[in-house]
Design a protein around this ligand. Structure first.
Ligand SMILES: *[C@@H]1O[C@H](CO)[C@@H](O)[C@H](O)[C@H]1NC(C)=O
Ligand SMILES: *[C@@H]1O[C@H](CO)[C@@H](O)[C@H](O)[C@H]1NC(C)=O
Length: 337
């Protein structure tokens, strides 16, 4: 009995300190400012926009990819481009963590970095490139345009074991209390950020139970519109690893249609549908569903706020190559915490 209790205590102790040590507290960066590169690299924002425009003209899915990439960057150690570091045998980086498996868009960030290093070497951080590229891709998808404070530094740490992110299998309260609230987001801000699903896709296996056999009932999820369930069954019967758009109405547009679809029981993920049905979030969903202007204003503000997340510990640099740390000077050794 005693041994059992102390084992539990040891486990709790271990988990608590493990997590407390591994996951640095995130704070809001007060030192960012709009136009940070005005004198050091005046063309920075123009170059980012041009490269993103070029990609978007042939690949509309780049908006979803960048929103996903920036979310992964900012929610782990703050917006410090830690997600961009390639794994090595000595250092399994964030990219190697299972939740990063579907993250893409790294090549676009490389293209932008390459162009910027040519024009103004060692000036523009990879973290800023990612934040600016995401901002521009949202505008290209018809979403809001907004000024974005810059001046982020690239982090010196990227570790697979620090990737702890909300999952679509969570409940709303788990996602909020476990992930968004600790970073300083309100419930309406969480709903707003999840509005990035307006261009998102999910693999069928994530929502398969909803369209065929929900909770072992032998029937689809009663919370899903039957016509949507039927059309998703068709989509998901394809061979390979089929995916479906989370906003079936305007799949490549950043707009309120994702929320409007939720009010019509057309959420693809149970988590998304819950946002419309849960008393704690439904008024936000219905509000955005009705009012495009309010959705746009809120989305821009939430993106700026997410972009301000910063690790309270560890130094920074402007990486020359977004995938690798600069060669360390012998004087600054980082202990990884
Ligand atoms: C649905 O799932 C339950 C529990 O897993 C299973 O027993 C049942 O056979 C399934 N029904 C259908 C129609 O697949
Ligand atoms: C999207 O929703 C609008 C508004 O309800 C509707 O008129 C339109 O037909 C829908 N388009 C698609 C492709 O589902």
């Amino acid at each position: 009995m005693m041994a059992k209790i102390s084992l539990v205590l040891v486990l709790i102790f271990f988990l608590f300190f493990h997590v407390a040590l591994l996951v640095p507290r995130l704070v809001s960066a007060a030192d960012l400012k709009v136009g940070f590169y005005k004198t050091t690299c005046p063309l920075a924002e123009t170059i980012v926009r041009h490269v993103v425009e070029k990609r978007h003209s042939t690949d509309k899915s780049i908006t979803a990819a960048l929103l996903h990439l920036q979310f992964h960057d900012c929610f782990v150690r703050g917006c410090d481009a830690s997600i961009l570091i390639d794994s090595t045998a000595q250092n399994p980086s964030e990219k190697a963590a299972p939740p990063s498996a579907t993250v893409r868009g790294y090549d676009l960030i490389d293209d932008i970095k390459y162009a910027l290093e040519y024009v103004c070497p060692a000036q523009v951080s990879c973290a800023d490139i990612l934040a600016l590229a995401t901002r521009d891709s949202v505008a290209l998808a018809g979403g809001p345009t907004y000024d974005l404070p810059t001046g982020r530094l690239d982090g010196l740490v990227s570790r697979a074991d620090q990737v702890i992110l909300p999952a679509p299998t969570m409940s709303i309260s788990q996602a909020f209390t476990g992930h968004f609230h600790p970073l300083g987001f309100t419930l309406p801000e969480m709903v707003t950020l999840l509005g990035a699903h307006t261009v998102g896709v999910a693999h069928c296996f994530i929502f398969q139970d909803r369209i065929s056999n929900f909770s072992g009932s032998g029937r689809p999820d009663p919370a899903m519109d039957p016509a949507l369930a039927a059309s998703l069954r068709k989509t998901c019967s394809a061979s390979g690893s089929p995916t479906a758009f989370l906003d079936q109405n305007t799949s490549f547009a950043v707009d309120r249609s994702y929320f409007r679809e939720l009010t019509r029981r057309k959420g693809v993920l149970r988590f998304d549908q819950d946002l419309a049905n849960d008393p704690s979030t439904s008024s936000v969903v219905y509000g955005f569903a009705r009012d495009e202007a309010s959705y746009r204003k809120s989305f821009a503000a939430a993106m700026v706020k997410m972009g301000n997340l910063k690790s309270g510990s560890g130094g920074g640099e402007v990486r020359k190559n977004c995938r690798v740390f600069n060669k360390p000077k012998s004087s600054d050794v980082d202990d990884g915490v």
